[in-house]
Design a protein around this ligand. Sequence first.
Ligand SMILES: [Mn+2]
Length: 282
Amino acid sequence: MSQQTIQLYLKGAEANQSDPYRKGNLIVLPEKGRVIVSGDLHGHRRHFEKIVDYADLENHPETHVIFQEILHGGPEDDYGGCLSYRLLQDAIRYKLLYPGQVHILLGNHDTAVVNQGTVMKNGREVNVAMQEAMKREYQEHFGLVHQAMVHYLLSQPLAVKTPNKIWISHSLPADPYVESFDLEIFNRPYTAEDTRRPNPVYLLTWGRHHSPEALCRMAERLEVDLFVLGHQPQDEGWAVVGNNTIILASEHSHGCLLNFELERLYNIELLSERVVPLASIL
Ligand SMILES: [Mn+2]
């Protein structure tokens, strides 16, 4: 059982590194096809399943599905331990079935797992709670399972870039860091150290409250027109920020996904029309 789990994480890491669209830490998507983007899932299995059904990858070989922030939240064991690591494992299995079509991005909760820190969600500590559940499940093998999980998390790409100039990442550096943010992080292998404050992966995944001006400047620096982000909770499931950014959330009953084509040009209005409430998918 523990051996299989360790193997799953190692195979998932290999699949991330050998993703046919991976260039450095980016996924650079091709000229043609469809993209389905999930916002934060935080253990929401039903929405994960809906996205999998909606994408129907088996019958749509040119469709790509992007996930982020799968951990921390959702079902608990009898002792209040967080079981979201099981949803991540299922997402890795999905990637292994469709390695060139499923792309799972690094989120800040992943960095909390890497650094074994505490992290709060809705007023509750979730990272130690997840470790406790994993200890109950994997017993004396917990250390090796956790190590394999960290290895997997650090293999994840940081962002997706499309030919029609849309950038998808968990977040972006907050306003004070927009100018100084080191874009080399997308080209060189990143390490656990990079996920710690104030290093670039930390800035990328933890940034919040971006001004419209900062989002414009970041778009210039990254040579894109539009951003699709997660990370910041959205009661309505999505929101537009400034004139170039959509923030998605997929972790609650108003959760949404985004569904767009790679061969079309979008502005923020046209892209907003491609937001789909998960409740509308039966
Ligand atoms: Mn987040």
